[in-house]
Design a protein around this ligand. Sequence first.
Ligand code: G3P
Ligand code: MG
Length: 246
Amino acid sequence: MINTVINFAHRGASGTSPENTMAAFRRALELGATGIETDVQRTRDGRLVLIHDEYLMRTTGDERLVEEATAEEIRELDAGSWFDEAFKGERLPFLEELLDLVASTDIILNLELKNSILPYSGMEEQVIAAVRKAGLEEQVLISSFNHYSLAECKRIAPEIQTGVLYVEGLYQPWEYARMFGATALHPYKEAVTPEWVAAAAEAGVAYNPFTVNEAEEMKSLIAAGVNGIITDYPELLHELLTASVF
Ligand code: G3P
Ligand code: MG
């Protein structure tokens, strides 16, 4: 029997390919992911681009902030070589490219808005317009560490699911989530107990912890009843989910 836990590939299949590139997203699908998590930021001229850090340095070697470079300049950067020469020439994708890929699948796309350090004013409207244009409202789950932004997303698009990112220490976070219409909790992997997952389920709120890369951790979270797991190794989670022990 196939377990229904959503297998979210964190930044794509980032354990085996350069994070947040089309190569990593395509690889995730090949490895059995049923979800993809990615990080959304914005260029100087307003294009939505998929990259984790506010600075371009770690994955492209450029010294600027993402918001200081234009889309055209961003497209010239090599986002693959830092990981492995075999990926030389991979580009930072624009959001629309990933939406196109997802539209040909039935996976869940978790768009993490990276707007808790830099505010990216108006990003919510922009992301939602792109999702609606692609007709992917039912396949997208928007998350953020900026919970005001999640409330804003819900105001703009009540039909799109939202997930509350946090590290730990929230008291009855399912109650908190419901205050602004969020239907998922995305905690750090240690902030999960079977009792909390059950209480959240009772309230109609899902648990999708991050970032879970060890088989033993995956197994105990599956046993705790989580709805999804965010991992750099979707192949490992896929193996566990399709094994007969679950
Ligand atoms: O969305 C889960 C996880 O990606 C949050 O942390 O820093 O990896 O984006 P980070
Ligand atoms: Mg992320």
